[in-house]
Design a protein around this ligand. Sequence first.
Ligand SMILES: [Zn+2]
Length: 98
Amino acid sequence: MLRDFFLGFIKIHILHHASEEDICGVEIIDELKRHGYKLSPGTLYPTLHSLEKSGYLKSRGIVENGRIRKYYRITSKGKRALEKSKDKMKELVKEVVE
Ligand SMILES: [Zn+2]
């Protein structure tokens, strides 16, 4: 149950960081760890793929040390979703937290 709630927060968090810079899976896992979310690659990668499939993220492969690493960047659809989520979050924080 909690996992369902947190998955929404995690998706918004990913969109936020992908709106600031290209970000790869390992960096997302580290960043989320910093915020107290323990995320396994087995949870993160399907989430990234579904965000990309839905058109919120776009990935490109970059060769690093002879291996291809996927970097993700927000799309314009993702930006709109992030802005809408921000409005909802502000309202939620005002009602529930403050
Ligand atoms: Zn963050």
